[in-house]
Design a protein around this ligand. Structure first.
Ligand code: KG4
Ligand code: ZN
Length: 333
């Protein structure tokens, strides 16, 4: 079976063809980063128009790279939310039109569920598993019980971890998106140089809060005024990155106490899971608690069409593949 996946919920227009044997035939990603850089974040209006402009050529390229004909597509999957509505409408409408013209099923994919299932695309990861999802828009811990059944143990009460990376970067005059650049700068810094707050970490739940961490960095930057040296910046990035990893681990410590006892693995997904330092800390934590650890190659951590196609492959046989309750304010049902 070959499923086409379409992703357009933020600033990547992506189309991918994936087989049910876990072969990624193509995964074309058109990134809009250069368009949004000067604004320091994604501008929804610009993003929506750029998706509209590029979706056809990204689709053509994905078909060409996969080397298949349209008749060989068995189903069409597209992100239908959550995300920036202008972009979501472009990808979902393109996908629906394609499915109608091919007379093939259309699978409306929950973007978070697509991130959640991605570690299964490149690993032998069995259900149920514990998921730490950290992206630009979301941050939560969930039990992934099947392609259509999840149980969220806790989530952020304010910002997401990815947003915190991007905002801290902005405060340090680092270009959008901040995550990868903070990781690079942190390599030459001392992770123990600053002791930063870990909001909510004294509480016995699995929730997150990042706004206090963001504010404390703002004050540190204000204190050093204009004479923030490159060394100081690297130390701040390294300390911030260490603190985020420790917040994740602290929250996961509570999660493993209450999770389904059948769970034997921890998976890390979403854009922040591209961070190799945080990955290694999470792996260490998992192994020291008798859990297997799974993540994805970097190109599958951030938004891409392959994760949407894979989610479609997993959910197509499910009777109720819509309505996965991963996002409290948004449901497909
Ligand atoms: O999953 P994603 O591509 O989009 C959303 O669904 O939101 O995540 C994007 C987020 C951005 O905030 C970006 O800064 C962060 O993931 N990110 C990283 C890294 N690469 C991307 N954060 C930390 N370290 C990275 N290497
Ligand atoms: Zn995402």
């Amino acid at each position: 079976m070959i499923v086409i996946g379409i992703e357009s919920s933020c600033d990547e227009t992506s189309v991918s063809l994936v087989t049910d044997k876990k072969v990624i035939l193509s995964n074309v990603i058109y990134s809009q980063i250069d368009m949004h850089k000067e604004f320091g974040g994604v501008v929804p209006e610009i993003a929506a128009r750029a998706h509209l402009e590029h979706i056809s050529s990204v689709f053509d390229k994905a078909m060409l790279e996969a080397g298949i004909s349209k008749a060989e597509i068995d189903a069409v999957a597209a992100t239908c939310g959550p995300g920036l509505i202008g972009g979501v409408v472009v990808g979902a409408s393109f996908g629906k039109g394609l499915a109608i013209s091919l007379r093939k099923p259309f699978i409306p994919v929950n973007h978070l569920m697509a991130h959640a299932l991605t570690p299964r695309l490149t690993n032998e990861l069995d259900y149920p598993y514990l998921l730490m999802l950290a992206s630009g828009g979301h941050c939560f811990i969930s039990e992934i019980l099947s392609p259509s059944d999840t149980n969220t143990l806790g989530g952020t009460i304010d910002d997401s971890a990815g947003e915190c990376f991007d905002k801290v970067a902005k405060m340090l005059s680092i270009e959008y998106p901040g995550g990868p650049k903070i990781e690079k700068l942190a390599k030459s810094g001392d992770p123990m140089s600053f002791q930063l707050p870990m909001p909510l970490c004294s509480q016995k739940n699995c929730d997150f809060s990042f706004s206090g961490l963001k504010t404390s960095i703002k004050y540190l930057i204000q204190k050093s005024k204009d004479d923030i040296t490159a060394e100081h910046k690297a130390d701040l990035c390294a300390s911030f990155q260490r603190t985020v990893s420790e917040i994740f681990i602290n929250r996961l410590r509570n999660a493993i106490k209450i999770m389904n006892p059948k769970i034997k693995s921890l998976a890390f997904a979403g854009g922040v899971s591209a961070n190799q330092y945080i990955n290694s800390r999470m792996k260490e934590f998992a192994h020291s608690n008798g859990l297997n650890f799974f993540n994805s190659p970097i190109r599958l951590c951030t938004d891409n069409g392959a994760m949407v196609a894979w989610c479609g492959i997993e959910q197509l046989p499910c009777e109720s593949y819509i309505g996965c309750d991963l996002h409290p304010t948004w449901k497909l049902k």
